[in-house]
Design a protein around this ligand. Structure first.
Ligand SMILES: *Cc1c(COP(=O)(O)O)cnc(C)c1O
Length: 354
């Protein structure tokens, strides 16, 4: 493949968009007219095509289904106030995708396929980006192993796909969170920093048990002491303690390096808060709660942007937050949205124009 122009493009005859209203469309349920698909074999990427969204025909011996070499990304494209189509920080997701790939012994996907392919796909389906407030087009790139021989080893063949799914506003209800002490999401040396499918499968039991106790999600803790805080469900977590934003640091490899996390930290610093990426444990959080310095706790991620926490429970100790009086979380969310929809200057160069 010389250039991105070599993509094969096969267009639909009739867009399915005519039969669909994008207003308040639920997350991840509908997919656009086209998808991008590419195959890796004999050490190179080939068969890069953009074609009508369609089912895959796969053998039941497919390696990904047995041994779990499967990774993904989540990105959003927006229709800005002046009608332009933009993708939010796609290079950050591209770099993270290839870090996930390396950890799972999967091949890197080149920029011409991941970023340029995504751009061409969205160009073709740009009418699927809803032009309504708080709406967006969710982009789901993913890769999985496709060898068809049983035997535990890195596959020699892979498939890479990009899907597009229009999505309405995500009304992040304030969450009730249970501090997890039994199950572990990630340990040093593990795969917590990679966005691989198994991390999600492995986390569902904890969420399910928390839900039985009346909580929405868990706050993950470290594998050894169950005291050092990691993430809230599948979101990064930020604690506002007086005028400081504290979030768990990345160096242990147990935390997914969220693009929203990085964006929120940048904006918090710009707003004049002190930002600390470091280890934080539940005792510090409880002490801050007791002495009144813990002001807000929230999760960050592409789907919800910012999800406020109204209750945090550790053993029998319940911490409650008056979410309606939060000032930091709503302000940073508003600022992030203002950048995405070009209501304010893109001063950090986060928008990639299509
Ligand atoms: C995807 C993900 C996040 C959020 O990352 P964003 O880039 O902000 O969407 C956080 N934690 C986990 C475990 C994730 O999989």
């Amino acid at each position: 493949m010389d250039t991105a122009l070599d993509f094969q493009i096969q267009k639909v005859e009739h867009s399915r968009l005519k039969d669909l209203s994008l207003e308040n469309i639920p997350f991840g349920k509908y997919f656009s007219d086209h998808m991008l698909e590419a195959d890796y074999e004999n050490g190179e990427w080939k068969n890069v095509e953009i074609k009508p969204y369609q089912p895959l025909l796969l053998e039941p011996s497919l390696a990904a289904l047995h041994y779990g070499q499967a990774i993904f990304e989540g990105i959003k494209a927006y229709r800005t106030q002046n009608g332009e189509a933009v993708i939010f920080r796609p290079y950050d997701n591209f770099n993270r995708f290839n870090k996930s790939a390396a950890r799972m012994c999967m091949p890197e996907v080149p920029e011409e396929i991941f970023v340029e392919g995504m751009k061409q796909l969205i160009e073709l389906d740009k009418n699927w980006i809803p032009a309504m407030e708080e709406h967006s087009l969710y982009i789901r790139p993913f890769m999985f192993s496709t060898d068809t021989q049983l035997g535990v080893k890195p596959s020699a063949t892979y498939k890479f796909i990009i899907l597009l799914s229009p999505t309405g506003p995500y009304y992040a209800q304030p969450m009730k969170i249970y501090v997890e002490e039994k199950y572990t999401r990630a340990a040093p040396g593990g795969v917590g920093f990679s966005k691989n499918a198994g991390n999600y499968g492995g986390s569902m039991m904890a969420a399910k048990e928390a839900q039985k106790l009346g909580y929405d999600q868990v706050l993950w803790t470290d594998a050894f002491e169950h005291k050092w805080l990691q993430e809230v469900g599948m979101m990064n977590v930020v604690f506002i303690i007086n005028n400081t934003a504290v979030t768990p640091s990345l160096e242990e490899g147990t935390i997914l390096e969220g693009v929203t996390r990085a964006s929120v930290l940048t904006l918090l610093a710009e707003m004049g808060l002190k930002v600390e990426e470091r280890r934080i444990n539940i005792n510090e959080v409880m002490d801050a709660y007791k002495n009144g310095s813990l002001k807000e706790v929230f999760g960050t991620g592409t789907a919800a942007t910012i999800a406020p926490i109204k209750e945090l429970r550790y053993k029998d100790f319940v911490m409650q937050f008056d979410v309606a009086s939060n000032t930091i979380a709503p302000k940073v969310k508003q600022e992030l949205n203002a950048i995405r929809y070009s209501l304010t200057e893109d001063r950090f160069n986060w928008l990639f124009k299509i």
